[in-house]
Structures are given as C-alpha cells and as structure tokens.
Design a binder for this molecule. Structure first.
Ligand code: UD1
Ligand code: MG
Length: 471
C-alpha cells in the first residue's frame, strides 16, 4: 500500500481542500499577485498545494481573484486543481461559499490560506484525524501578542463558543491570547449549512468564515482545536519583510534536515535550497551556496563557498571549488571544478575531468581524465579522454546563424590560445601548436599548427620620448 494513501484509507469520507487565495496583498507593493511571490524559489501557493497533497485529497479547489487568470495560469501544468474566481472579494466566508459547489457534499473539507505557506503535513494530518468527517476542528495558537487576529472565545468549561475578529472584539476579548489561524476542517454539508446563515453585519462589512463557529456551537456541535506542530507553520505573508522572515525559517529547516542526514554545512545560516537537494554521505558544503531545482551530490562531494548549482548531478568524490556556476550539468566522479568555472546546460563530464578557472562549457561532453584548466570556451563539442585543452582555447561554434560541432578525439593535446573553427575534428593523439586557428581537420598522431613564422629584427630600436630641454 503506498504510504500517502494511508490517510485517505482511514478516513470515513473523502478529504477535500479549499485554498483561499483571492486577496490582493496590497502591502507587497508588487505587480505579482501575492500567492505567486516566490518562497524558496516556488510560488507561495505551490507550498500550500504541496502540504495539501500530503493528505491525498479527492479534490483541491482554489479561490482566486486578485491577479485574475495569472494565478491559475501559473499552475496550468499542475493536475487535479479546480479554480473558482471570487469577484468581488466579500470575505473569507463568501470565498468558501464559492468553492462549495465544487466539493462532494458527503466529504469533509480542509480550508487553507494561499498566503500561509509553511503549514506542515503532520499538522494537517492531525486536523483531518480530529475532524474524521464529522466534527468542526480549528487550528489555533497562543500568541504573546494576538493583535490583529480573530480570538477563540471559550466558555467556563473550555468549550469553544465563537470566534471574534480583532476589529469587532471587546477589550476583554482582545485580551484572549488563543487566536484563529484561519485553517479549519469540517464536514462539507454542515459547513454549507452554517455558511448560509452568516451575515456581514460587522466592522469590516464582510462575510466572515469565522462566524460559522458561533453558529455551530449554538447548534450544540462539538468544536475541537488543534495546535500546529511548530508555531511558525501558521505565519502568513503580507509584506516583503514577512516573506523574507519565512524564507529564513524555511531555509533553516532545510539546513537542519540536511545536517540530520549527515551533510556538513559550514554555516547552516548561509545555504539556500530553492528546490530539492539530494546528498549522499560525507557531503560538505561551504558558506553561501545556492541550490536550485533538483541537485544531487553523491558521496564525498565537496562544494566550495559561493557556488550556484541548478538541476545538476555531481558524482562521488567530486570537488567544486568556490564561485562556480553550474546549470543542467552532469559532473562525473572525482572531477575537479573551478574556482570560477561555468558549466552551462548540456555540460557532461565523465570521471576525473578537471575544469579550472574561467572555463565555460556548454552542450559538450568531456570523457574521462581530460583537462581544461584555464580560460577556455568549450561549446557544442565532443571531447575524448585524456585530452589536454590549453589555456585560452576557444571552440568557434557559431557562424552567426548556426551552431557547429567540434570533435576532439582521445589523447589530443590542444596548445594554448587555439581557436577551433567548427565544424572541425582533431584526430586521436593529435597535437595542435599554440596559437593555431584550426579550420580543417587535424590528422591523428601528428603536429598541426597555423602560425606566422617568427622573425627577429636585430637593429630595431624602440622609440623613445624626446627629453624636454631645461635650457
Ligand atoms: C482571517 C480570520 C481571522 C484569523 C486570520 C489569520 C476571518 C474573518 N478572519 O482574518 O480570524 O485570525 O485570518 O490570519 O476569516 N480571502 C479570500 N477572499 C476574501 C477574503 C479573503 O480569498 O474575500 C483570502 C485571503 O487572500 C487570505 C485569507 O483569505 O489568504 C485570509 O484573508 P484575510 O483578509 O487575510 O483575513 P484576516 O482579516 O487576516
Ligand atoms: Mg490576514
């Protein structure tokens, strides 16, 4: 049985999710809709959807509004999402009401916020279990400063009576420190029933989702509360400052998880993982590195300071020196890269290849034990094994219209400052003299060079400046 099906199997009725994502996010001061703002390289909403999917819900409905079609378009490739446009935005209660027709009335629904991205799978599983298809369950937290949030009002026996919004609360209610995170779980049919009864006679003139709590309590429905596994899970994003705070929390968690697996991080506060970083044993990562997309570092890989790696794999024991930029590349075992190397999409290095400072490699494969140690451009090339590419070598792969390939066979030696005008082949074991501009294939096992003959002019005198006369 797949592990992610366990939750659904024990549920008596199908779990469904509604994500509220219609709000504007005025305080972001951005043209980008709030739920599309990136956190760890992915839109806020993508994090919420990942958490939602951990419950294997039968359906995910997203209420959008501000940003128009840009929000659904950003998720056009994501399967199984149902979109509802809420226009105008009349409040959280109105938003959920718009989504209800998309849900199975026999099931239960979990309400999430598109701008509360750190909500965890374990917390949601506990909410779902507490609801078990029949109860109203609220996710609440105790805050030292509850200002701005809806407060959980309980009776003397501790039973939840209602939620009062900050703007509608009395002084005594404002003193309550248990707040509503907004996330809740309820049976769809009951929620629909309660939502039919809410009004908008309140300080904000909105239909409050929170008003369903008072209605349910009045009907004698038992209302449970659950706390998140970590207090930061329910933090929302309303400004760039909060976005940066959540980024640090998330990166801190990712760094902690890597260290728990045995990865050595020289400074866990200075690593950014904006995707998935998979590490083998005894991997060491120095400060200031950024990982984007899916990056795999095999056993014993060491990454020096200030490297950026995106969608790449690095083989066992490879060493990446500081300040390298590596994208869509495959680096073989025991390679030595950098410092200051740039591997662009399609760079494929076999084992023990050395790529040194200020070397750029694009769409090229380099076989085992070959070296390009200094100041070179290798593009659209197939390089054999045991090849030495001298300093300043350039593949002239582009004629202004098309790209052409360069082939360098095994054991070739390319002298420094050589231009290989593609399409061109350097034969096995060939040597190219320094400064060659190769326009025709170089035969194997021979020295090929193109060079003006060296001359010396013995009685040549270097010009001198005339000395200014002092008289
Ligand atoms: C809401 C809760 C409050 C809780 C707080 C937690 C209500 C009435 N109040 O207040 O008890 O303490 O969240 O942060 O629910 N949204 C829509 N459509 C709308 C209005 C809102 O989709 O018409 C979305 C927003 O984009 C946002 C979420 O719902 O993601 C919450 O809306 P927001 O305006 O931030 O509610 P709060 O006033 O903060
Ligand atoms: Mg809010």
């Amino acid at each position: 049985m797949p592990v992610d099906n366990v939750v659904t199997l024990v549920m008596p009725s199908p779990m469904q999710v509604v994500v509220l994502a219609a709000g504007q996010g005025k305080r972001m001061h951005s043209r980008l809709p709030k739920v599309l703002q990136p956190l760890a390289g992915a839109p806020l909403l993508a994090h919420v959807l990942d958490a939602a999917r951990s419950l294997s819900p039968a359906r995910i409905a997203i209420v959008h509004g501000h940003g128009g079609e840009r929000v659904p378009q950003a998720f056009a490739d994501a399967p199984g999402l149902a979109w509802v446009r809420q226009e105008p935005q009349l409040g959280t209660g109105d938003a959920v009401r718009q989504a209800l027709p998309l849900l199975d009335g026999a099931g239960m629904v979990l309400v999430l916020y598109g701008d509360v991205p750190l909500i965890g799978a374990a917390t949601l599983a506990r909410l779902a279990r507490a609801c078990s298809g029949a109860r109203l369950v609220l996710l609440t937290v105790e805050l030292a400063d509850p200002t701005g949030y809806g407060r959980i009002v309980r009776d003397g026996a501790g039973r939840v009576l209602r939620i009062v919004e900050d703007k509608d609360a009395s002084a005594a209610e404002r003193a309550i420190r248990e707040i509503n995170t907004g996330i809740l779980c309820a049976p769809v049919a009951s929620l629909g029933n309660w939502l039919e009864r809410i009004g908008c006679d309140n300080a904000q003139g909105e239909y409050y989702l929170t008003d369903v709590v008072g209605i349910a309590a009045a009907q004698g429905v038992a209302i449970d509360t659950v706390h998140p596994a970590a207090p930061w899970e329910t933090l929302g994003v309303n400004s760039k400052t909060q976005l940066a705070q959540l980024e640090r929390i998330l990166q801190g968690e990712r760094a902690r998880a890597l260290m728990e697996q045995g990865v050595t991080l020289i400074d866990p506060a200075r690593i950014d993982v904006r995707g998935e970083l998979v590490c083998g044993r005894d991997v060491e990562i120095d400060a200031g590195c950024i990982f984007e997309g899916r990056v795999e570092l095999a056993d014993g890989v060491r990454v020096g300071a200030n490297c950026v790696l995106r969608n790449s794999t690095v083989g066992e024991g490879a060493r990446i020196q500081p300040f390298c930029h590596i994208e869509d590349a495959v680096i073989g075992p025991s390679c030595q890269i950098g410092p200051y190397a740039r591997l662009r999409p399609g760079a494929r290095l076999a084992e023990e290849v050395h790529v040194g400072n200020f070397v750029e490699i694009k769409n090229s494969s380099i076989a085992a034990h070959s070296k390009a140690n200094h100041l070179s451009y290798v593009g659209d090339a197939t390089v054999g094994s045991n090849v030495n590419i001298g300093a300043g070598t350039i593949t002239c792969n582009y004629d202004g219209a098309r790209k052409h390939r360069t082939v360098i066979e095994d054991d070739a030696f390319i002298g420094s400052d050589t231009q290989l005008v593609a399409p061109v082949t350097v034969g096995r074991g060939a040597t190219l003299g320094a400064g060659t501009t190769l326009i025709e294939d170089a035969p194997p096992d021979a020295l090929t060079l193109s060079r003006a003959r060296q001359v010396t002019i013995p009685r040549w005198r270097r010009p001198t400046k005339a000395k200014a006369s002092g008289k």
